[in-house]
Design a protein around this ligand. Structure first.
Ligand SMILES: [Zn+2]
Length: 136
């Protein structure tokens, strides 16, 4: 299972410094994320979120800061980018013009995201026969 974890500093209701631990991973071919809050001072433990879907920005920012971005690129030229367009429309909640931009990036600078996001995209694109790989 591909996954990444990051810790975000937070403030507990008791006034002590606490930690939010966020995780993003792929489960059964879907992107999941979760967040748990722990305060060592008062012993508070909360599961804030656990479920499928795209992670919110603060979670993504923490993961990207902790692990750096992953980058996905075409490894060889393709005759048609239509399959890539279809996959990107399926996995992202972006507009058609943004999808076209993403496809354009695939063949140039690469599409950037967290490792889990990019791994999922890689798997889906390869299933459709789009030759892509992650730059490491
Ligand atoms: Zn506390």
């Amino acid at each position: 299972m591909t996954g990444q974890t990051a810790k975000i500093a937070a403030l507990c209701e008791c006034g002590s410094a606490a930690v939010r631990q966020v995780n993003q991973f792929i489960d059964h071919g879907e992107l999941w994320w979760d967040a748990e809050f722990t305060c060592d001072s008062c012993g508070t433990y909360l599961c804030e979120h656990a479920g499928p879907g795209a992670a919110p920005d603060d979670v993504r920012v923490a993961l990207l800061a902790a692990h750096g971005p992953a980058r996905l690129r075409l490894v060889e030229p393709v005759s048609s980018l239509v399959p890539a367009l279809k996959v990107l429309r399926e996995v992202s909640v972006v507009s058609l013009s943004q999808v076209r931009e993403l496809v354009e990036k695939l063949s140039h600078d690469g599409v950037v995201g967290t490792l889990s996001e990019i791994e999922l995209l890689k798997t889906r694109l390869r299933l459709r026969g789009v030759p892509v790989d992650i730059d490491r």
